[in-house]
Design a protein around this ligand. Structure first.
Ligand code: 5GP
Ligand code: ZN
Length: 113
């Protein structure tokens, strides 16, 4: 499949994996927008949040739990951080494989834009 995140999951693109289990992997964003910018990604190819099924709800919940753990590991939990999922072109989604951004390590803008 011609999906960059599926290639990372398959080990076809060398990437430092910060967390992995049977359902989820996490790695650093290649173009970080903050000192800590991680991507939490399900192994399952779900093209966008819009296409998640009711049966994927537990998986998405686990992505949030993994992000919270990584925020602690990366030392940003106490000062604060942001989780974001971009969905579709107007939502700013570039990679068509569901992923959760974890941003932290600096004061983020007060408003989403
Ligand atoms: P989106 O805009 O789809 O929510 O975010 C996609 C993110 O994936 C972007 O922040 C982009 O920098 C990141 N990204 C794209 N290609 C790669 C890659 O090959 N490796 C890593 N680590 N991040 C990538
Ligand atoms: Zn994929």
């Amino acid at each position: 499949m011609d999906c960059i995140f599926c290639k990372i999951i398959a080990g076809e693109i060398p990437t430092e994996i910060l967390y992995q289990d049977e359902e989820i992997i996490a790695f650093r964003d290649i173009k970080p927008l903050a000192p800590v910018h991680l991507l939490i990604v399900p192994r399952k190819h779900i093209p966008s949040l819009d296409q998640m099924k009711e049966s994927d709800a537990a998986l998405v919940g686990r992505m949030v739990a993994v992000a919270n753990k990584l925020a602690k590991d990366e030392g940003v939990a106490e000062k604060g951080y942001r989780l974001a999922i971009n969905c579709g072109s107007e939502g700013g989604q570039l990679v068509p494989h569901l992923h959760l951004h974890l941003l932290g390590g600096r004061k983020l803008s007060d408003r989403l834009s």
